[in-house]
Design a protein around this ligand. Structure first.
Ligand code: GDP
Ligand code: IMO
Ligand code: MG
Length: 423
C-alpha cells in the first residue's frame, strides 16, 4: 500500500497531532519524517491532554509501529523526558516505538548555538524555539553531524568531542557563556545511554517492507508548509523540508509510493515567532481569536499571532504538496464572530494586486484584500454530524472548497478526539 502524508499548510500548530491520533487506528505505521522537539503536537481524549514533541502521535493507539525517521533531528534528553512522562499510561513503547539510526542527534552545544545566533540577530531574530534545530540541520548538511547509529560505536565520545570543539570556537566568537555545558553534557550522556536501550533500526527498510506487505503507513508532518526551508517565508522558517517531498527523503520512500496527502489548516491563521503574516490582526478581533482558540505555543508557551484565513497562502501550500484532501481545524473558534473575513488576494505598495506568494512578498508590506461573509455566530457544542452544522458554516466550507479546488473531508470543532466531524 502507498504511504499517506499528513501535513500542516500554514505556519504550524494546525492540529496535526489531534488528527494523526484520530486517523491512527486506520494505519499500521505512523512515522515522523522531519523536525524535532520544536514540534508540539497536542492530543486530547478521556479528559487528558497530551503534548508530544518527538514521539509520533499514533502512540496512544494499540498495535501501531511509531517510527522516528531519518529526517528527524532528535534530542535524546527531551526524548527520555517524553518517554518517562508516558510511563503512567503503560503504552508498551518497548514494542511500538522505533528510532532510525540515521536520524541526526541534537547535542547540548546545538542549543547554545541556536541561542547565540538568535541573540546576534537582534530584532531580526527568527523567533526560534531554541531547541537546536537550525544548528543541527546545519551540521547535517555540513557533513559534521552525529547520528543515532553513532552512539553504538566505540569512538562516539571522540566524535562528540570533535564536534563540540568546532562548536566551542563559534561560541567563543559570540562570547557565549559556556558555564552550564558540563552539567548539560552529563545529562546528555545519561540520556544517550537510555537511547541505546530503544529499538534502533534502519527505518527505510522497515517502512518499505511494510509498503511491500500492503501495510498502511501515515507520515506525520511537523511545522507547516509556510515554515518550509525552501518554500516558507525565508529566512523566517525552520530548517527542514516540511512538505510531501520531505516525507520521501525523511523516510526513504519513493515519490511513486505516496498515496493521499492530507492538508490541515485552521479556519483562520496563526503564527508563532517572527516573519511576514499578511492577514495578522493587531486589533480586538486578533485578541479574541487568541483567547477563544487558546493560541499559546504548545512547545514554548509563547502567544501565537492570529489573523484571518489566507487563500493565496493555502493555494500555494496545496500546490507544492499535491494535497488530495483538506481538513479544517478549529472551526469552533470562529463561533464568536458575526462576520468572518477571507483573504482572496494581496495589494502591493504600488497598488497592483497579487494572488500568489511571489519571492518579493517576504520583504514587501502587502495589504490583504478580504471577502467578508456572515459568521454562524453560535455554539457548535454537541454537534456530531456535518448535517447539524449551521448553514453559515456549511457555506464557509463550500466557499473554501470552491476556491481551493480540493474537498474538505474533516471539520474539527474542538480539541477532543470526539470533536472531529467527517464530511
Ligand atoms: P500541531 O502542532 O499541529 O499538532 O497543533 P498544536 O497541538 O500545537 O496546536 C493545536 C491546538 O489546538 C492544540 O491546543 C489542540 O488541542 C487544539 N485544537 C485542535 N483542534 C481543535 C479544534 O477543532 N478546536 C479547538 N478549539 N481547539 C483545537
Ligand atoms: P508544530 O509541529 C509552530 C517556528 C518557530 C520559529 C521558526 C523557527 O507544533 O506545528 P525553529 O525552532 O524550528 O528554529 O524555529 O519556526 N516553529 C513552529 N511554529 N509550530 C511548530 O511546530 C513550530 N516549529 C518551529 O516559532 O518561528
Ligand atoms: Mg504545535
Amino acid at each position: 500500500m502507498k504511504m499517506d502524508v499528513l501535513l500542516g499548510l500554514q505556519w504550524g500548530d494546525e492540529g496535526k497531532g489531534k488528527i494523526v491520533d484520530f486517523l491512527a487506528p486506520q494505519y499500521d505505521v505512523v512515522a515522523r519524517f522531519q523536525g524535532g522537539p520544536n514540534a508540539g503536537h497536542t492530543l486530547e481524549f478521556d479528559g487528558i491532554k497530551h503534548v508530544l514533541h518527538q514521539i509520533p502521535s499514533g502512540v496512544f493507539r494499540e498495535n501501531i509501529q511509531n517510527i522516528i525517521g531519518n529526517g528527524v533531528v532528535l534530542d535524546p534528553v527531551i526524548l527520555k523526558k517524553e518517554i518517562d512522562g508516558l510511563k503512567k499510561f503503560q503504552l508498551a513503547l518497548d514494542k511500538n516505538l522505533f528510532v532510525s539510526k540515521k536520524a541526526t542527534i541534537i547535542i547540548p552545544t546545538h542549543k547554545l548555538l541556536d541561542a547565540a545566533y538568535e541573540k546576534s540577530k537582534g530584532d531580526k531574530k527568527i523567533g526560534s524555539t531554541l531547541k537546536g534545530i537550525g544548528p543541527t540541520y546545519q551540521d547535517k548538511i555540513g557533513r559534521l553531524a552525529l547520528r543515532v547509529g553513532d552512539i553504538l560505536s566505540a569512538d562516539f565520545r571522540e566524535k562528540y568531542d570533535n564536534l563540540v570543539s568546532k562548536h566551542k570556537s563559534i561560541l567563543d566568537y559570540y562570547q557565549y557563556d559556556l558555564s552550564e555545558l558540563l552539567e548539560l553534557e552529563k545529562v546528555f550522556f545519561d540520556c544517550v545511554e537510555f537511547l541505546k536501550s530503544l529499538n534502533l533500526i534502519d527505518s527505510e527498510y522497515t517502512i518499505n517492507e511494510a509498503i511491500g506487505k500492503e501495510k498502511s503507513i501515515l507520515a506525520e508532518g511537523a511545522q507547516g508548509s509556510l515554515l518550509d526551508i525552501d518554500f516558507g517565508s525565508y529566512p523566517y522558517v525552520t530548517s527542514s523540508s516540511t512538505m510531501t517531498a520531505g516525507a520521501c527523503t525523511g523516510l526513504g520512500v519513493a515519490p511513486s509510493k505516496i498515496g493521499e496527502v492530507f492538508g490541515i489548516f485552521k479556519a483562520y491563521c496563526t503564527r508563532v515567532g517572527s516573519g511576514p503574516f499578511p492577514t495578522e490582526l493587531f486589533d480586538g478581533d486578533g485578541e479574541r481569536m487568541r483567547k477563544e482558540g487558546n493560541e499559546f505555543g504548545s512547545t514554548t508557551g509563547r502567544p501565537r499571532r492570529c489573523g484571518w484565513i489566507d487563500l493565496p497562502a493555502l493555494k500555494y501550500s496545496i500546490m507544492i504538496n499535491g494535497v488530495t484532501q483538506l481538513y479544517m481545524m478549529k472551526a469552533d473558534v470562529l463561533n464568536i464572530f458575526e462576520k468572518i473575513k477571507i483573504c482572496t488576494h494581496y495589494e502591493l505598495p504600488d497598488g497592483s494586486t497579487l494572488n500568489h506568494l511571489a519571492f518579493e512578498i517576504t520583504d514587501l508590506e502587502v495589504k490583504p484584500i478580504y471577502k467578508e461573509v456572515d459568521g454562524w455566530h453560535c455554539s457548535l457544542a454537541g454537534v456530531e454530524k456535518y448535517d447539524q452544522f449551521p448553514q453559515a458554516l456549511k457555506d464557509y466550507v463550500a466557499l473554501l472548497e470552491e476556491a481551493l479546488n480540493v474537498p474538505i473531508k474533516i471539520v474539527s470543532v474542538g480539541p477532543d478526539r470526539k470533536q472531529t466531524i467527517l464530511k
